[in-house]
Design a protein around this ligand. Sequence first.
Ligand code: AMP
Ligand code: MG
Length: 331
Amino acid sequence: MLCLGIESTAHTVGVGIVDDKCRILANESSVFSPLKGGIHPREAANHHAENVVSLIRAALLKSSVDPHDLDVIAFSMGPGLGPCLRTGATAARALALAVDKPLVGVNHCVAHLEIGRATTGCGNPVLLYVSGGNTQVIAFAEGRYRVFGETLDIGVGNLLDKFARGVGLGFPGGPLVERLAAEGSELVALPYSVKGMDVAFSGMLTAALELHKGGRILGDLCYSIQETVFAMLTEVSERAMAHLGRNEILLGGGVACNERLRSMVGRMAGDRGAKAFVPEAALCVDNGAMIAWTGLLMHRSGSRLEIQDSLVNQRFRTDQVDVNWMAVGAQ
Ligand code: AMP
Ligand code: MG
């Protein structure tokens, strides 16, 4: 079985093709980076519209798959930016109609989890999903992926991007903050905002930008942001693991590329006799392969979607999805 998946929730438009062993035959993408300021949804959607057809062609070419040999077409149904989601969904509908194949709408957050489970070999983990717009602690319980903790304001990647932009570093901020953090040595006190298994970051963003204006060394600030933010995320992940009695933690989302976060979570897992799993970087960031794989799991477990029901959902919650493929996917 072959599935082509289209990702387009935010800055990335991606097209992936996977088979039923989760072999990734193609995973092509293009990232919209604004020259100035944040992501404007319409501008990002225009970028996606300009690139999606050539990405579909490139993915088919790379995988040597004839479009008529695809079994199912999947797309990111949400959560995300409306214009961006609609662009990906339109491309998926057009392709599904052109080759007369079924369509599947995938929850983006669930896709991060599924691609991690399939490619790292973990079974039933707690997922720390850390990306630009999302920050969630997720685990499977009673038929659904439930959100045990999440950000109460902005996503952790958004914090790093906004800080980097505010101090003139550029975009995306995460890798730039990581590089500068290596030059820092002094831990500056920043708001540590953990409420149960939830976190909040906007107070830290304001404080860090103020400290920068006050002349604090940028390397020290980057170092302190990383130490504080990743300690918060490690703490809530550990609380979820303890609460649920799980001995696996899986990282996902673009911020999971960060070495310091990986090492903190790895250390926490090791200390409690658990294991940490991290997908390769190309599968941590937003990508089409994770949508294709989750679409394949859903289709294989009987999920069906008519074109007229394929509207996107900007606020699609992780726990709205009936995970009836779990028994199949866990094999
Ligand atoms: P995503 O939304 O999952 O595609 O991930 C994009 C986010 O990941 C952006 O906010 C980036 O700043 C962030 N990111 C990428 N690489 C790193 C890194 N090495 N450290 C921290 N954040 C990162
Ligand atoms: Mg994402």
